[in-house]
Write a protein that binds this ligand. Sequence first.
Ligand code: KG4
Ligand code: ZN
Length: 374
Amino acid sequence: MNTDENIIKMDMGTLRGDASAKDGVLCLGIESSCDETSAAIVDGNRNILSHIIYSQIPEHQKYGGVVPELAARAHILAIDTVVRQTLAAAGKDISDIDVIAATAGPGLIGGVLIGWMAATGMAQATGKPLVAVNHLEGHALVPRLHAAAADGTDLAAGVEFPYLLMLASGGHCQILLVRGVGQYEQIGQTLDDSAGEAFDKVAKMLGLGYPGGPVVDSRAQSGNPARFKFPRPLCDKPGCDFSFSGIKTAARTMLDKTPAPYCDEFINDFCASFQAAVVDCIVNRLGHAMEDSRVRAAAPRTLVVAGGVAKNSAIRAAMQRLARAHGMTFAAPPLNLCTDNGAMIAWAGIENYRAGKIVRTPVAPRPRWPLTEL
Ligand code: KG4
Ligand code: ZN
């Protein structure tokens, strides 16, 4: 089974960082916490030398979401080939690598174990330093590897600390003040679903398949955001927390009144109206976060979005407008570094290695691992 032929991979290509070589440290990073088996080689000058993602999406699509047992099995079958191909694409051997990093949580524990054990095995066999990367920290720090504006244009430099971060993925939704490596202050969080989950569930109700975010985003571009009235939970309340379950329930109630099949115009308008509600909630909560006394004291100059939902064109555009209105710069990772990927783990590996945070005793992977516990 574990042959190159039966693995669907994407070669993510290379990305150039600083021209002047200052820190040639080479890190091999491995990600396996959900439905992507990925590895990348990144250097300390922000160059991505190679980057391979094996996406399991086709295997989970027929179930409408990720099936943990299938994911774990797929990671086992893919990991060896993905790592070998990543080394080969960079023209490197494992002996050329200075640091090995892998996601050690949070995530689906079967998958996390596979990537983490592969990294631990390589580190033990070679004597290389090993970094246990928190997956959320991978998302949080990747804008320092490469950052882009709302339309995806490269900003040439990575983001500087401190920054105000909207971290929105399939499993998490929080606003963080990022002061430095390992220094994450939570300003707000979701009280129920994550933003990505809301996108995925509404797409499923409309029969649009999995994952839902990309298709809702593209359908919304030709839809009328004012046609359906979605609630904006918590937006009339102080604070920075989110709640998306009410938006999801509103979608279910509206769809129950209009049985399928839905015409294209209906789907586009529904997606646009739903997405507009999510965008309004994010803008409202971030507006409050900017007034938070901890954020005001730290005076971050950049507003950043990261995580899979950061791919969303309307969220990027709205956050760019919000940043401008508050005299801040907006930045997001390039689109291919928003969803789960090995390069963000390799970069977090480099940042942690520089901070001296390497694993010296065996570490057990963690299904739950809040960023605030770092
Ligand atoms: O960060 P990620 O790859 O995995 C987790 O760590 O959870 O995020 C995946 C999530 C999914 O819920 C997917 O629907 C969402 O990111 N997503 C989007 C878009 N692209 C991916 N959500 C909204 N708009 C998009 N364009
Ligand atoms: Zn993720």
